[in-house]
Design a protein around this ligand. Structure first.
Ligand SMILES: [Zn+2]
Length: 136
């Protein structure tokens, strides 16, 4: 690890990443129908766990069963639920350094906020870029 700090994405890149992330969370048509939720990435990203994932022993504390979920939350500026705080921190120290470093750049761009309990309020926020200095 060097002492180089994570750099925010360029404005055009950040805009594109954010637009994609916002779309990933969209699934307005079928919120109440589990039959569709099993095939819906947005529902999984928001924490829906399919019966098959449960049967496989997926641990909900690991975060959503969705690759790259931590980056999606930061890019979409969504609050990371309380129960996924540890999993989010694990993403920052992942052996997948390309992913961890990209996540740090996301945080340098948008900041990150976590729910401090299961309630919606309060929502502490680390604001980017001044308050967020990640060594990469
Ligand atoms: Zn859905």
């Amino acid at each position: 690890m060097s002492d180089k700090l994570a750099t925010a994405w360029a404005a055009t890149e950040a805009k594109q990443l954010r637009l994609i992330a916002l779309q990933l969370f969209r699934c307005d048509e079928h919120e109440q129908h589990d039959d569709y939720r099993d095939q819906c990435g947005a529902c999984v990203l928001k924490g829906y766990l399919s019966d098959s994932a449960k049967a496989d022993g997926y641990d909900e504390s690991e975060g959503p069963n969705y690759a790259g979920w931590a980056r999606c939350y930061v890019q979409a500026e969504r609050t990371v639920p309380f129960q996924w705080f540890g999993a989010f921190c694990d993403s920052l120290t992942s052996n997948n350094t390309a992913y961890a470093n990209a996540l740090k750049r996301d945080i340098a761009t948008w900041g990150v906020r976590f729910a401090v309990c299961d309630m919606e309020w309060p929502k502490p926020q680390i604001k980017a870029p001044h308050a967020t200095k990640w060594a990469v």
